[in-house]
Design a protein around this ligand. Structure first.
Ligand SMILES: Cc1cc2nc3c(=O)[nH]c(=O)nc-3n(C[C@H](O)[C@H](O)[C@H](O)COP(=O)(O)O)c2cc1C
Length: 189
């Protein structure tokens, strides 16, 4: 299947409207050109914490009916999932973690096929510049997560040195990197 037939879903786990994550995703959307991209902005959604009731594990259904219900439909329709979150404490924001916890739904054998085989991309701005040190835990975490979900991790992209909300504006080369990355999604088969 060619990329023109593919659906792309961006999951935006940033807490700051108009911050670096938002701008990076805007760059990627520009790169993807006129193709329709779905974006789930988690800070604008009602997604409750996984309550560990194990209904998904036992009955392959979720006990909660919130915005995750619709988001699961978008996930299942997508071919490429972009997980975008700033680095918070060497990892991800609470918003992104809450969303990821709810992906436990796909751990059930009845549901696993709904995500397995999709492609995944990780996008993370961070304030510090020592990328290896700051993202070591994050990289292990995402590798385990994607492996467990059967999603093929195609890339992890880090945008270092972006501490303040408007910092991306200072680095047009980073916006260009985001745009190129969006463009390169057009070549994924
Ligand atoms: C609670 C919190 C924790 C953070 N932890 C880290 C960290 O561990 N390493 C790092 O490099 N930057 C860290 N940062 C900086 C953010 O990654 C950085 O400001 C990022 O650009 C925020 O993205 P945004 O503009 O989309 O909100 C942290 C910021 C906050 C608010």
């Amino acid at each position: 299947m060619d990329i023109v037939d593919k659906n792309i879903l961006m999951i935006n786990g940033s807490t700051r409207e108009g911050g670096n994550t938002d701008r990076i995703l805007t760059g990627m959307i520009k790169g993807i050109k006129d193709r329709e991209v779905m974006q789930a902005v988690l800070r604008d959604m009602e997604i409750g914490n996984c309550i560990g009731c194990a209904k998904c594990r036992d009955e392959s259904a979720c006990s909660q009916n919130d915005d995750m219900t619709g988001l699961r439909r978008s996930i299942e329709k997508s071919d490429i999932l972009i997980f975008a979150s700033p680095v918070y404490w060497c990892e991800i924001t609470g918003l992104m973690k809450t969303f990821i916890d709810r992906l436990y739904f796909y751990h059930h054998t009845n549901n696993a096929h709904l995500v397995s085989g999709k492609k995944g991309l990780v996008v993370s701005p961070l304030g510090e510049t020592n990328v290896f040190y700051e993202t070591e835990i994050l990289v292990s975490f995402y590798n385990r997560l994607f492996y467990s979900l059967g999603i093929e991790l195609i890339d992890m992209q880090f945008y270092p040195g972006l501490m303040e909300k408007d910092d991306l504006k200072k680095y047009p080369e980073m916006f260009a990197k985001a745009k190129n990355s969006g463009e390169s999604l057009l070549n994924i088969h």
